[in-house]
Write a protein that binds this ligand. Sequence first.
Ligand code: FAD
Length: 379
Amino acid sequence: MSYVLAKSQNDDIHNAGECGGAVTSIFKYLLDEGLVDGVLAIKPGDDIYDGVPTFITDSDDLIGAAGSYHCAPTMVGNIIQKYLYDKKVAVTVKPCDMRSIDELIKRYKIKKENIYTIGLNCGGTVSPITGRKMIELYYDVDPDDVESEEIDKGQFIIELKDGTEKGVKIHDLEMEGYGRRNNCQRCDVKIPRNANIACGNWGSQDGWTFIEINDEKGQELIDGAKNAGILETKSPADPAVEGRLKVEGIMKKMASKVQSVKYPLVSEMDEWNRCIGCYACRDICPICWCCENCELNKDYFTLEENSSPDPLAFQGVRLSHMSFSCVDCGQCDDVCPMDIPVSLIFDKLQKKYYERTGYVAGVSDDVKPPLYSPEKTEL
Ligand code: FAD
């Protein structure tokens, strides 16, 4: 592992980028050199709360997707698996994205050799709906007047169209039930170290991106973009490297405090009893790939009209898979119409599974999960 500070040599990209525009520059290098068929990134849709996954094949279109969208908890692993399996792709990944990609590689659903993974450190995402509500309530601002948002030094900061900035401490927002999504608050994987590189603002200087180079492919990316004249790099000072690790440590400590204090154990049965069997949690899950062969579609699971699934049968099947697969992305919570804290229950089980086996989905290296069935491998 090694570290560099990097910034774009292209002024437009540098201005549009969140930090040094390094990520967009690396994408430009990959597209212009024909090393990838396309780039999978996030661009704003109707507004800045609406993060839309976009597949970019022309480097002139990259600028529209530069910047960080903190209200875009969109996952990309299942998009690659479903639609881009045979393409050469470069993709930005939050830690949970990278974890899901890692698990899908282990299941032969994504070809590792086909993808470049550009990791983004992540302190957490805010649900778009929560984002709009909290801006109205705590910033006294019409959410549509917000030009951009950022998370910096523990604050969620908005910039208005007239250039003024307003910030509120994330901790204060979270005490009132706003701020980052619940799974992000308890997430203790803040730097995606199994991505080729991990980029962020921790440890960086103004106008630069701090990059942790995690493997050979990551080093090739940096060298290639430098040689193509699109990226400038320099070494970070030792205190910056140490400071970054310190912030990571603090964030992880905060997460484990949240795990033990804010989200105590819930009674699964009470929660599952509200389930109406819409299967949205299964359908959105970035790890659930075998939908057409899913046990839950078999005749013996077919439900009477208007009846709820037997929670033990439905959630039992899900739990048995998720214990070794859940990457705690929280999308199942986002889509549950009955507000069941699905990811919390899976995460709880994942932690028990870790105690027994030492395995953490999408974090433990190349090995297969201990309960992964050989039949699935054949399938
Ligand atoms: P740019 O050149 O601006 O490129 C950024 C790329 O990220 C673009 O391609 C864009 O499409 C893509 N992107 C934007 N939003 C998302 C998203 N939600 N999901 C996936 N891809 C996206 N760094 C830290 O050091 N500490 C943090 O706590 C931290 N939290 C972050 C939280 C979120 C939700 C995000 C998206 C990023 C976070 N970062 C954090 C990373 C940081 O904000 C920059 O993205 C990183 O430094 C790269 O800067 P850049 O100028 O090189 O990127």
